[in-house]
Design a protein around this ligand. Structure first.
Ligand code: PRP
Ligand code: URA
Length: 208
């Protein structure tokens, strides 16, 4: 079982506070999601396997390293899209799949509407992107889908996680490595994370 890994960086904490602020405008919100995704990308890729090869410097030959396999980014639509560019700053060679999923407002259960993944997933690091892990329903459904398609080395990168979502993920997908900038207090009666930041998709895309 993987333990939840929080990003304890003070700069990331400061950015998250601005992201939470209800007065933060859409452009700034989007940029902060992008910047926080860079912090998450560094953490999610820290243990990627590398191959060695010989590099000729102007002076001599030395041992070089390159990623053993090409990672895959898998944003959960809509809000996960806001994290893709930040991730690509760290791993520009990543391939990108998409999982379209929204949470039914009344039942809070996920409804899948689109799935498109790179053809070959076994043996590659697949990083699922979604800024909000609330009940965990969407994340668990997304993880089940990509496992069905052969993914066997999966990380989930969230900006804010609720304890309820973390517990559900640990129960249903103990093999998945979970990264978050922060774990908040709880969910409210509408399934929103408290203190949270509101609806991430609406704030990224200006559909409030
Ligand atoms: C949000 C968020 C997650 C989901 C989290 O998406 O981006 O995908 O809710 O909630 P859960 O953990 O309880 O499943 P939403 O359903 O609002 O869709 P959207 O991004 O298209 O607005
Ligand atoms: N989805 C969001 O965007 N925000 C929450 O607080 C919960 C689910």
């Amino acid at each position: 079982m993987h333990e939840l890994q929080c990003v304890p960086h003070p700069v990331a904490r400061a950015k998250l506070s601005r992201l939470r602020d209800r007065a933060t405008d859409v452009l700034t919100f989007r940029r902060l999601v992008y910047e926080l995704a860079i912090f998450l990308a560094v953490e999610c890729t820290r243990d990627l396997p590398v191959d060695e090869y010989t590099v000729q410097t102007p002076l001599t030959a030395t041992v070089g390293h390159r990623l053993a396999t090409t990672p895959v980014l898998m944003p959960v639509l809509r809000a996960g899209l806001g994290m893709v560019e930040g991730m690509l700053q760290v791993i520009p060679e990543a391939e990108i799949g998409h999982i379209g999923m929204y949470r039914d407002h009344d039942s809070l259960t996920p409804v899948e509407y689109y799935v498109n993944t790179p053809a070959h997933l076994p043996g590659r690091r697949v990083i699922v992107l979604d800024p909000m892990l609330a009940t965990g329903g969407s994340a668990c459904a997304a993880l089940a889908k990509i496992k069905q398609r052969g993914a066997d080395d999966i990380s989930l990168a969230a900006i804010i996680a609720a304890p309820e979502g973390v517990a559900r993920l640990r129960e249903e997908h103990p093999d998945v490595a979970l990264y978050a900038i922060a774990v908040d207090e709880r969910l409210n009666e509408h399934g929103y994370i408290v203190p949270g930041l509101g609806d991430a998709g609406d704030r990224i895309f200006g559909t409030l």
